[in-house]
Design a protein around this ligand. Structure first.
Ligand code: NAI
Ligand code: MG
Length: 356
């Protein structure tokens, strides 16, 4: 039976990069490598403009009945004056919580062709291959109470709350332990257990679970040190697991190890095996509409979709090989351009990957 893929392009560069990823899916379909039905929906600012809601009910319903969701990006200065509950980013958070997408996998791999595109020394990043596992439906992004309140004195106070239950912590840690098992058997759990009780519990659960995974070497690291170690000696890491907030920040940091945030895909999975796939970057309003954005992060997200949600691991490898081949040929979007290479736009990069 055909699998259903819901395409949510979003705002800014979202539609530009998603168009290239859809080309890749259609090419695989034409070759008989996959059997999918593509559906489109609105999310983010595009949805707000159309119907006043960044996550319309029909979009959430379509996502719930899909085998996989491909998302571009949402957000932009146009919607910044709106209250947070109406902002495009709220659409994305609503999808994550509505689908229960608690496990966010963010691989950071340096393509050897891009060694000069990284701002770090080649010896620091060459051969880099790490996986950040970010919890996605808890933490300070969803904790209550929240908001801006006015105290009796008249002074205003902003409140957000870091919350994790033991079962939420256990569930994401098990995903990370299992992944480490399939990789290099090392797991680093990142917290701030020295000052935050919530993450003290996190550390305790990680230590308890490690008894179930004797083949995985568990270490703990405070998040401030983890940020430093990621730029000092990133190859010490295999799998890193952390909460929603720390994972957001550390994965942007890891992105730059690979040369550009335009190279990093992600998968967000729930307990039913459904997944949402998106680049880790945002809507890049500074370059939107110019046809210069790098579509590779979105195309590599398609590869993750093929592997995790469409049971098509060969097609996934095929996409990853095609990306490598195009980089071998010297094609570069502006964000990864280095001397001697050939600069291309978004569509030209997508076409070259399809051809490869
Ligand atoms: P951003 O990731 O959109 O952009 C940061 C920088 O990276 C910009 O200079 C941008 O041009 C560049 N960049 C990003 N993706 C690129 C690509 N594919 N190719 C080439 N260059 C690329 O983050 P920023 O500027 O902080 O946020 C912009 C908007 O996106 C905001 O409204 C923010 O809330 C939203 N956002 C949405 C996310 C999502 O939809 N998942 C994630 C992060 C931010
Ligand atoms: Mg982020």
């Amino acid at each position: 039976m055909s699998k259903k893929v819901l395409v949510l392009a979003g705002d800014g560069i979202g539609p530009e990069i998603v168009a290239e990823a859809v080309k890749v899916l259609k090419a695989l379909q034409d070759q008989g490598a996959i059997d999918i039905v593509l559906e489109e929906g609105l999310v983010g600012g595009a949805a707000y403009d159309a119907c006043g809601d960044p996550l319309p009910e029909e979009t959430l319903a379509a996502a719930k009945s899909a085998d996989a969701v491909l998302l571009g990006a949402v957000g932009g200065p146009k919607w910044e004056p709106l209250p947070i509950a109406k902002r495009p980013e709220k659409g994305l958070l609503g999808l994550r919580s509505g689908l229960g997408l608690f496990a966010n996998l963010r691989p950071a791999v340096l393509y050897p062709q891009l060694i000069d595109a990284s701002t770090l020394k080649p010896e620091v990043v060459s051969g880099l291959d790490l996986m950040i596992v970010r919890e996605l439906t808890g933490d300070i992004y969803f904790g209550q109470p929240r908001g801006v309140e006015t105290l009796p004195s008249g002074e205003r106070r902003g409140v957000n709350t870091m919350v994790y239950t033991e079962s939420e912590i256990e569930r994401i840690l098990r995903v990370a332990f299992e992944l480490a098992r399939k990789r290099r058997h090392r797991l680093c759990s990142v917290d701030k257990a020295n000052v935050l009780e919530c993450t003290e519990l996190w550390r305790e659960v990680a230590t308890r679970l490690s008894a179930d995974y004797p083949d995985v070497e568990l270490s703990h690291m405070y998040v401030d040190n983890a940020a430093m170690q990621l730029v000092r000696a990133p190859k010490q890491f295999d799998v890193m697991v952390t909460g929603n907030l720390f994972g957001d920040i550390l994965s942007d940091c890891a992105a730059m190890l690979t040369g550009s945030i335009g190279m990093l895909p992600s998968a967000s999975l729930n307990e039913r095996g459904q997944g949402m796939y998106e680049p880790i970057h945002g809507s890049a309003p500074d370059i939107a509409g110019r046809g210069v954005a790098n579509p590779i992060a979105t195309i590599l997200s398609v590869a993750m979709m093929l592997r995790h949600s469409l049971a098509a691991p060969d097609a996934a490898s095929c996409v990853e090989t095609a990306v490598a081949r195009v980089l071998d040929e010297g094609l570069r979007t502006a964000d990864i351009m280095t001397p001697g290479m050939r600069q291309v736009g978004t569509a030209e990069m997508g076409d070259a990957i399809v051809a490869a």
